[in-house]
Write a protein that binds this ligand. Structure first.
Ligand code: SF4
Ligand code: SF4
Length: 87
């Protein structure tokens, strides 16, 4: 049970500062940030919702283990899905 950061991450550092388990680190060679799959608890027992995705400003940058985005397109901007940027 762990969240995953994908390549839409813009390396803003915000999630790293709020993770209660210290599970987020910067990727090597300026790659996007990464979540330690062994220590991420999805914040269960610490907070009602994952703190990394709560503070992340980029839609679809963090995914559940099944690959679905925690913050899907439109969830932060309010834009309708047909206005979502192509990735
Ligand atoms: S879900 Fe919680 S424990 Fe997991 S990386 Fe995000 S902030 Fe850290
Ligand atoms: S808050 Fe979002 S954009 Fe910023 S480093 Fe974390 S995953 Fe990347």
């Amino acid at each position: 049970m762990a969240l995953k950061i994908v390549d839409r991450c813009v390396n803003c550092h915000a999630c790293q500062m709020v993770c209660p388990t210290g599970s987020i680190r910067k990727g090597k060679n300026d790659a996007h940030f990464l979540i330690n799959q062994d220590t991420c608890t999805e914040c269960v027992g610490s907070y009602d919702e994952p703190q990394c995705s709560s503070i992340c400003p980029i839609e679809c940058a963090i995914e559940f283990s099944d690959g679905s985005p925690v913050n899907p397109f439109g969830s932060l901007t309010g834009l309708p899905l047909d206005k979502a940027p192509l990735v």
